[in-house]
Design a protein around this ligand. Sequence first.
Ligand code: ADP
Ligand code: CDP
Length: 237
Amino acid sequence: MEKRQELYAGKAKSVHATDDPDLLVLTFRDDTSAFDGERMESLARKGMVNNTFNAFIMEKLQAAGIPTHFEKRLSGTESLVKKLEMIPVECVVRNIAAGGLVKRLGVEEGKTLSPPTFELFLKDDAKHDPMINESLAETFGWATPEQLDEMKALTFRVNEVLKALFEAGGLLLVDYKLEFGLFKGQIVLGDEFSPDGCRLWDAKTREKLDKDRFRQGLGGVIEAYEEVGRRIGVHFD
Ligand code: ADP
Ligand code: CDP
């Protein structure tokens, strides 16, 4: 496999073509963004930590029967993935109230959400990733009703697998965002699962061990990501 030209440089990852038209290389950079890219900082080791963390999670999900784009980790910061036609819709599940939900609805942070909620957002930084719904997605052609049903079902299956995994490490999976795409017509989980795109709290102290440490200027961001990884069995280089 040969890494070829860069196709896209996102806020935190770069995407390269390969000599196989069905495969891409994702390079996890140290760049860290918040507030739709308004705040950017480089955090040493983040690329390696998130690439390693993501590889571990994607393998767990694949083993649980959830189709993912993940093929293999190529190096500290690079992974080989299937090239997907990305669906520009972000799927968010929340087990505990935090972040945007608290701001929007004024519910108390930390409230258990039963049943867990499911929300859709349009992936569009310029529009600040607005909240959307199934009707808007269908009308504007972002995803079909069938694709949305499948994305929702898969997002909740991910919840079952990962809630248990994190619980065993003394962690609460508060919420998370997933992105899906199409590979030969099939809905497949893409992008990444790392503490950049989810909230994880210590189950006893409720200490925040995710990207909120960066958003809220709490410090110790990468140390927290590594701590979470270690607790669920991730080995970092
Ligand atoms: P952003 O685009 O939000 O700044 P990143 O910096 O993480 O995000 O860039 C990675 C980009 O690669 C995202 O736009 C994501 O949707 C896209 N992507 C992730 N996985 C795949 C894949 N398997 N095939 C094609 N594109 C992908
Ligand atoms: O985090 P924020 O307050 O902006 O939004 P949210 O709706 O509370 O986010 C819910 C979950 O999805 C959090 O774990 C975020 O980290 C994640 N998310 C993300 O990774 N990328 C986005 N564009 C939006 C949310």
